[in-house]
Design a protein around this ligand. Structure first.
Ligand code: ADP
Ligand code: MG
Length: 155
């Protein structure tokens, strides 16, 4: 997180659809290319949130829960790249996928297990930490660089 004054919003959701709705409102607020890292245990809701963000970004096709896929690309208001680094072995695998070229070309890059890549994590504009509190309760902390704090306003 390069900016010095990050802003954080913490939201508790009580169902999958509530988390998806949170993602939709986030996605709707995004008006430029940026990198979002999602961090949290298996089953914490990263893919559910990504599905919502994609909907908010105008992606119409189905967004999968690709724990076994590293890279997926969708077309929304802007290009959307969905990465899942759960099985990432080497940072150079990301390089080979051409991800660096997509940062800053107007694409929104959504990275599940974003903390598994030091580089991607370091350039993330928004970091979302998801915590499993109970069967259907999730604590979701959205931290944004001051540069895109507008995305969090009124969430
Ligand atoms: N509040 C909630 N938000 C998101 N998912 C929830 C919630 N409560 C229960 N779930 C369940 O947790 C699972 C989250 O799965 P997924 O998004 O694939 O997790 P991850 O990508 O973090 O591994 C789903 O089976 C979903 O139904
Ligand atoms: Mg997932």
């Amino acid at each position: 997180m390069p900016e010095s004054r990050p802003e954080t919003t913490i939201i508790t959701t009580n169902s999958e659809s509530e988390t998806e709705r949170l993602g939709v409102s986030l996605g709707c607020r995004i008006d430029k290319g940026l990198c979002i890292s999602l961090v949290g245990a298996l089953g914490s809701g990263k893919s559910v949130l990504v599905r919502g963000i994609c909907k908010g970004l105008g992606v119409e096709e189905d967004v999968l829960s690709p724990t076994f896929i590293l890279y997926e690309e969708y077309v929304g208001r802007v290009p959307v790249i969905h990465l899942d680094l759960y099985r990432l072995d080497h940072e150079r695998d990301i390089e080979e996928l051409g991800v660096w070229d997509r940062l800053g070309d107007g694409s929104v890059v959504l990275v599940e297990w974003g903390d598994r890549s030091v580089h991607l994590f370091g350039v993330s504009d928004i970091v979302i930490n998801l915590e499993i509190i109970g069967d259907t309760e999730r604590r979701i902390a959205v931290r944004s660089s001051s540069d895109c704090a507008g995305v969090l306003e009124g969430l």
